[in-house]
Design a protein around this ligand. Structure first.
Ligand code: ATP
Length: 316
């Protein structure tokens, strides 16, 4: 089976009165890809995800989902499931009853719907018979994901699925999504957490004020050509500082200026990748062990900030 495009959007626009929420969006999402949608508040992410779910209709452009052009009807395209603005759940029903109600709405027999299976997938088996009213935000998010999985979608559309999840819940959800993608399901998700996007997504689309400012593989955003601040923890901070001062193309930065915790053993260096490589080999050569070397702000977050700032400048 060859890969196909789960989403092919061209020139999508959407207006709310005078507000231009989407302004000519192009988006390609391949089968089995987890695609991240990121952007500042009000960029248009939820609006775009709503269009993919058939909750609203674009004012311009063309949209194909799973190979079928989307018409003007307000209905989820076949094979698509997910949620925006949090999952819609009945608080007075239990987790199982919520899923059974949803199965009934979709004409699926609840005995064969696989309710136990999807609850197990999202780690909610133990609370299957608890009322949703008492659920935390993270539990609701996981139940929303279970509800989406019930239809065995080929495209999953999720608006901030990691919202409210504790680290264990997040790990669980990440595992579910990566397994689905490995089996050929495409996933589009929005997130304000760049670390989540980096952990999960092979491609990312950055949106600002309704326009795409970057779309493509995360690797293309790698900060090879731009300077980043790195936290450096070594076995000998004094000697490491002296080595850093001697390394060309690199400078020491105050931790507070870099926006990271101050610690006397910690150095923050600002450099491009080649200068950083040079520093590491000098440290190793001098017998100084490198215990931690990580960007203060991830390459995606740095690119995100730079690109969205450029867009905002251009809009002024
Ligand atoms: N139903 C609506 N009526 C009027 N304006 C709307 C409506 N929905 C969205 N907008 C406007 O469209 C723009 C895009 O909003 P949208 O919710 O899609 O952004 P977002 O990227 O999801 O933001 P956030 O990160 O804050 O969730 C904003 O200016 C918003 O105020």
């Amino acid at each position: 089976m060859g890969t196909y495009l789960a989403i092919r959007a061209r020139g999508i626009s959407k207006y709310f009165g005078d507000v231009v929420a989407l302004d000519g969006i192009d988006l390609d999402v391949a089968q089995g890809q987890i695609h991240g949608l990121v952007g500042p508040n009000g960029a248009g992410k939820t609006t775009l995800l709503g269009l993919l779910l058939g909750l609203s209709v674009a004012d311009g452009g063309s949209l194909e989902i799973l190979g079928t052009p989307v018409g003007r009807a307000l209905a989820a395209p076949d094979g698509v499931a997910g949620f925006v603005d949090g999952p819609g759940l009945y608080p007075s029903l239990t987790a199982s009853q919520n899923l059974a109600a949803l199965a009934a709405l979709r004409g699926i027999d609840k005995r064969t719907a696989g309710i136990g299976d999807v609850l197990d997938q999202v780690g909610l088996t133990d609370v299957a018979d608890d009322r949703v009213r008492g659920f935390s935000l993270g539990m609701r998010q996981r139940l929303g994901l279970a509800a989406a999985l019930l239809t065995k979608p080929r495209l999953l559309v999720l608006d901030e699925p990691a919202n409210g999840l504790d680290p264990a819940g997040k790990k669980h959800v990440h595992r579910v999504l990566t397994r689905l993608a490995a089996d050929g399901t495409s996933v589009v998700l929005s997130s304000h957490r760049m670390d989540d996007v980096e952990a999960l997504c092979s491609e990312v689309t950055i949106v600002a004020t309704g326009r795409v400012v970057f779309s493509g593989p995360l690797g293309k955003l790698a900060a090879e050509n731009s300077e980043l601040d790195y936290r450096l923890l070594t076995s000998d901070p004094r000697a490491a500082r002296a080595t850093a001062v001697e390394t060309a193309g690199l400078r020491l930065v105050d931790a507070v200026e870099a926006g990271t915790r101050q610690d006397e053993d910690l150095l923050v260096v600002r450099a491009k990748v080649p200068a950083l490589d040079d520093l590491v080999s000098r440290l190793v050569h001098a017998g100084i062990a490198v215990r931690e070397l990580a960007p203060v702000v991830s390459p995606l977050e740095a690119a995100f900030l730079a690109l969205t700032e450029q867009q905002q400048e251009a809009d002024r």
